[in-house]
Design a protein around this ligand. Structure first.
Ligand SMILES: [Zn+2]
Length: 424
């Protein structure tokens, strides 16, 4: 810890999010109680203590050598944190509630969901970091079913399907304790996934977030997919929901029902804006800033023609962050803060920030251009495909989840029509 230290992206994201919560006065007037159940050498928890003011940090790891290392690191860095030589569940099932819980374990995060969502306070935030998760790759669908309670299969939109599966599992774990979730930020870095959700108490909150769970109808022939309508009644001729006609033209069964998965938004725009502003204060501003620009582009998923992604990402601060940065530093002066201030009311020193759902969330899932381009013609560059779709009146953008894919409001049939027309 004393040598020059490069913060891994997943940890800088979580630390930036925590600093953002403090900045937005998420928990007004009280020290935020934070649990780092990632343990190992305690980097995450020590970073919070070092970079975020007014936080009480508890770091736990059941392994004795890890526990000793965390103690040693906190002493070396002169940071006062509570260190527990216990399993995260042992700490979480105590009556003391945490406002912020970060889970990262080698045993899979799902087995901590019950403890975490039971423990988390009203308006708390649960963050998970998951590496090489079974749900993210379809190599072990039975493991995904066991851990997250949903069916997956190998698809061209695997990563997003995995994220949505994990979110559905979190929503159900929270609902048991009459709590609802609202995703704040989902980001993927190589094989490591970070998911952060805000938790609100109340049976109606739980019902609301359960309302976002639905099945996915997937065509195994052409990879077309659709979120099934939110209804308890059976869908008559489900194949009519898809834009392809593989079900009627193929021999045997070709449609699969996947999920249930989370169908709502994956990130909250206002929170991402606040996070990108907060990131500028940290040594890792460039790395987190880049992630935020990509996520904000994706959440917007514009239909405006000729709107290009920021081309100055590699040299200097991204444009969107600069814009926020240039504004004079007054509280409630940025879009994000205004949004939160409008939504929230402060009662008795306790902040009750209201998170609204986006009225036009980006379309779910994406199409891999390499796979879906007409084989008779040379493949179009991805940026060209995005422009073609926008010119045809659809929402379209790239996705950080797959560098060869386009997220769009067009169906697969419409995408292929747009592509074919462009060669004419
Ligand atoms: Zn099909």
């Amino acid at each position: 810890m004393k040598s020059p230290f490069v913060c891994p992206p997943k940890l800088s994201l979580v630390t930036t999010a925590l600093a953002t919560l403090k900045e937005l006065k998420w928990h007004k007037g009280v020290n935020m109680k934070c649990l780092d159940a990632a343990g190992s050498v305690g980097v995450s928890g020590l970073l919070w203590k070092k970079h975020v003011t007014d936080v009480d940090v508890c770091i736990c790891d059941i392994r004795k050598n890890a526990y000793d290392l965390i103690l040693q690191n906190s002493k070396l860095n002169k940071l006062s944190v509570e260190v527990e030589n216990k399993d995260a569940c042992e700490v979480l099932y105590k009556p003391v509630g945490f406002n912020f819980i970060h889970l990262e374990t080698s045993r899979g995060v799902a087995m901590y969901f019950d403890a975490a969502f039971r423990n988390i306070t009203d308006h708390g935030v649960v963050a998970i970091t998951s590496t090489d998760d079974a749900a993210m790759q379809a190599v072990a669908p039975e493991l995904a079913l066991r851990h997250y309670g949903g069916v997956i299969t190998k698809t061209m939109y695997q990563k997003e399907l995995g994220i949505r599966l994990i979110l559905s599992s979190m929503a159900r774990a929270a609902a048991i304790y009459n709590k609802g979730i609202h995703p704040l930020c989902c980001a993927m870095n190589k094989s490591s996934l970070t998911v952060m959700v805000a938790v609100k108490k109340g049976a109606c909150r739980a019902d609301q977030s359960l309302g976002f769970l639905c099945k996915v109808l997937h065509c195994t022939v052409c990879q077309e997919r659709v979120l099934c309508p939110d209804t308890q009644f059976c869908v008559e001729s489900p194949s009519s929901l898809l834009s392809c006609r593989c079900a009627s033209s193929s021999v045997g069964k070709v449609l699969k029902e996947l999920g249930p998965v989370w169908s709502g938004e994956l990130s909250h725009k206002g929170f991402l804006l606040a996070m990108s502003q907060q990131a500028t204060k940290f040594p890792w501003s460039q790395a987190v800033g880049k992630v935020m620009v990509e996520l904000l582009d994706e959440i917007e998923c514009s239909s405006t023609r000729n709107k290009r992604r920021n081309s100055n990402q590699s040299n200097g601060t991204p444009a969107k962050i600069q814009k926020v940065d240039q504004e004079p530093e007054q509280s409630g002066n940025t879009d994000a803060e205004r949004k939160f201030a409008d939504d929230g009311t402060t009662e008795g020193g306790k902040c009750t920030v209201e998170l609204e759902y986006d009225e036009s969330p980006p379309p779910a899932f994406y199409y891999n251009i390499h796979h879906h381009s007409p084989k008779s013609h040379p493949m179009r560059p991805l940026n060209t495909v995005v422009q073609l779709l926008r010119q045809a009146g659809f929402r379209a953008c790239r996705t950080p989840l797959d560098s060869l894919s386009v997220r769009t409001s067009a169906t697969l049939k419409q995408l292929q029509e747009v592509l074919l027309k462009s060669y004419a």
